[in-house]
Design a protein around this ligand. Sequence first.
Ligand code: AMP
Length: 287
Amino acid sequence: MSVPIVRTVAELRTVVAGWRRSGSSVAVVPTMGALHEGHLSLVRAALQKANRVIVTLFVNPKQFNSAADLAAYPRTENQDAAKLAPLGAHLLYVPDAEEMYPAGFATTVSVAAIVEGLCGAFRPGHFDGVATVVAKLFLQTGADFAFFGEKDFQQLRLVMRLVQDLDIPIALVHCPTVREADGLALSSRNARLSPAERAIAPKLPSVLLETADRLARGDPLLATLAEARAAILSAGYREVEYLELRGAADLQPMTSVDRPARLLVAAWLGDTRLIDNVTTSPIGSTN
Ligand code: AMP
């Protein structure tokens, strides 16, 4: 069985209205396509929660900082559809840029504070692009539930703030990061790594986990983070954009692990930018 595809807001609304008439609940899983097990884990979780699941594939030009990065982003609609069919997803929504941003489009959704620092500092405008497209996808689908991965932790917090601030009637569900056997977080960008880079890549999550553990045990923040940066670079990464300890709930900078926290990183391996994050909590806490 193949998954039906719609490409316009009007077609999408017609399908969803039919589902609503029969009393179905609806979940949406927003993605940029090039689907991997991380995305599929969100779809499986959505299928557990709602009667009908929409997967969106849209490589959102507004969230790319560089034209080259946008052009290089993989577009694999046929393979994506083939991966979704056996899962039982109900609809693929694949708008093009003109459908999403028709001539005259002039609105930007911007979430303050959460976007400061981390990826926000290195990707100007990125989170405005994310907030704008996510708000549109929520309004277009009218879904009851939306599923996001913890892999993009700052994005997750941004979307939570957006939904709360704009009173959007949708429940957010977040799912843990899916990893390769060697610990590397699944990402559409991993396909760009050369075999040599792919061999080095898992050093990032291993340093992250070790550092999170040290911080939870009370090792001093600055020295421990400096050692972690050095370890990432000596493994062969070209640059560490950021490596920071932030509050898990509010993403505020922290100086020690005195409450549930996230250790977040972005680093360049050759020409590929990888991000990751892990949880860390005070030793003995149950969080
Ligand atoms: P993207 O297609 O990269 O925009 O990601 C779409 C959704 O999949 C986002 O909610 C991501 O956080 C989530 N996602 C991406 N990679 C993973 C992963 N390795 N594990 C879990 N969720 C992921």
